[in-house]
Design a protein around this ligand. Structure first.
Ligand code: GAP
Length: 492
């Protein structure tokens, strides 16, 4: 497998556009910064990643159920959760270029540059200083660090900086038509709060017993100060989150459990373990007492894909306080003293993965520019080696030619297979060209109908990865494709 360099990463981004995976949003109006649309193949791939997550969380765990809560929520929720007061990034402007930056990001970039130059001691000192300033929320100190480290604006190349200020990342809008009656509401910056406020509804209606989890997939919105690296940092994105409610005192056992379980989910896709690492947090979010990121080795370095957070009873306690409703659970199980644990506010372990980052990871991991040259001629192909269950199209059906009843036979097979699988029919161009188009979108098999098919009802299957071909009975196709794309292979 060829190493994904910066150059190849650029190719991945343009491939994603050319083949209908990801488009810049509002492109005909020159785009909208940090917002993207998913095209015909991207939407399928994204749905398949969601399915893999949903199945592994909800279907595979008898004590986890899924919900779909509204994006709009009562504004008090964000006061209770701490987002109105605390969900902010430190930003700084360069007075010459008028460009805005995240102060911590500027320092991070400097640390990376020092590391690259081999000045690791200097980089370490800078990291420690920054962590301390962030922890103490000392904005003045952050500015001093930027000045002392001689960090300049990448555009103006000057160090003419404003003070560092906190910038709240939540988008707000008005709900209600009449100005005087309308209230300010927020677009949710995480899906988790929709789970917390439904904790009692789900627990009671589902007669759930602790420990249990509630999972959700949905859009989240953050007015990120800077957007970068394609779909890594977006202003509208999607999260797949699960809150696991546990008895107080058992949270670290479950934290470790989910830390392992989530990495296993990633590796289930066949990605090399070397591409992943854990990153323990030193600076914790306002709600957490332990947190770890699962990071992936993107072409631009290791980046967070998923976070596992021990959120204590912070959120439920805050909602109890702000709503005046009891957020407690009665635990009938007997403790060591022989008495029931009784009423308590559960502790929570959260797993939170960014769907768009997972999408990019899947694209990068699958992308290969393969040299197929022989002594006689130069040849190459771009192939997306998706795990078959995630592939946007599971099989493509080709009549060898457009005549002699071959299209009719191919259509007959297509009409059968589409009942169970996402399949595509193609009759244009030579077979070789059709193979290449399907390789480029990651279709695991191509099925060719030829004259022999009319006689003995067999077809040729060509495999994406090996490019090998085999002859199989057409009535075996459901079974062959079914086994190839089975979710069981990923979930086992
Ligand atoms: N409920 C906890 C929470 O939201 P987070 O670490 O802020 O935690 C979780 O976000 C995941 O959401 C991240 O690991 C990342 O994959 C994804 N994510 C966060 N901000 C994002 C953004 N601006 N664009 C794309 N994905 C983002």
């Amino acid at each position: 497998m060829s190493k994904i360099t910066d150059e190849v990463f650029k190719n991945v981004v343009s491939h994603a556009k050319e083949y209908g995976f990801v488009f810049p949003s509002s492109e005909i109006y020159d785009g909208l910064s940090a917002v993207y649309d998913y095209g015909q193949n991207g939407a399928e791939l994204k749905n398949n990643i969601k399915t893999y997550w949903w199945k592994s969380m909800v279907q595979m765990h008898e004590n986890i159920v899924g919900i779909d809560s509204a994006i709009f929520m009562h504004p008090k929720i964000w006061k209770a959760s701490g987002h109105v007061d605390g969900f902010a990034d430190p930003m700084i402007d360069n007075k010459d270029s008028q460009k805005r930056y995240r102060a911590d990001q500027l320092i991070e970039d400097k640390i990376a540059a020092l590391d690259a130059e081999g000045k690791t001691d200097e980089a370490e000192v800078l990291q420690t200083d920054m962590d301390a300033a962030l922890k103490a929320e000392d904005l003045q100190r952050l500015k001093e660090i930027i000045i002392d480290a001689r960090i300049v604006c990448p555009i103006s190349k000057t160090a003419n900086w404003t003070d560092v200020r906190q910038f709240n990342l939540m988008f707000s809008t008005q709900m209600g038509a009449m100005a005087e009656e309308s209230s300010e509401i927020y677009l949710r910056p995480e899906t988790a709060q929709g789970i917390f406020v439904n904790f009692l509804n789900v627990q009671k209606s589902g007669r759930m017993k602790i420990p249990f989890g509630i999972a959700q997939i949905g859009k989240a919105f953050r007015n990120e100060v800077i957007a970068r690296q394609f779909i890594i940092r977006m202003r509208e994105f999607e999260q797949m989150e699960m809150q696991f409610f546990v008895r107080p005192g058992t949270e670290m056992i479950w934290y470790d459990y989910w830390k392992q379980a989530r990495l296993k989910w990633h590796l289930g896709l066949g990605t090399s373990a070397e591409k992943y690492r854990y990153h323990d947090h030193t600076k914790l979010a306002h709600y957490a007492n332990a947190a770890v990121d699962i990071e992936y080795d993107f072409p631009f370095g290791f980046k967070e894909v998923e976070g596992i957070h021990s959120r204590t009873d912070f959120d439920l306690s805050q909602h109890q306080k702000f709503s005046g409703k009891k957020m407690q659970y009665f635990d009938p199980e007997l403790g060591e003293d022989g008495k029931p644990y009784g009423n308590y506010i559960p502790f929570v372990i959260e797993t939170s993965i960014g769907l768009d980052r997972m999408f990019l990871l899947t694209m990068i991991n699958a992308y290969e520019e393969e040299d197929l040259s022989t002594e006689e001629r130069q040849d190459s192909r771009v192939v997306l080696r998706f795990p078959p269950a995630l592939a946007p199209v599971k099989a493509a059906i080709f009549p060898l030619t457009k005549k002699d009843g071959l299209p009719e036979k191919a259509r007959e097979i297509m009409d059968r297979l589409k009942l169970d699988f996402a399949v595509q029919y193609e009759e244009k161009d030579a077979i070789g060209k059709r193979y290449r188009r399907q390789d480029a979108i990651g279709t695991p098999i191509c099925i060719t109908v030829d004259h022999q098919s009319l006689e003995d009802n067999t077809v040729t299957i060509r495999h994406r990865d090996s490019m090998e071909q085999e002859r199989v009975p057409a009535d075996q196709l459901e079974k062959i494709i079914g086994e190839l794309v089975s979710w069981g292979k990923l979930l086992a």
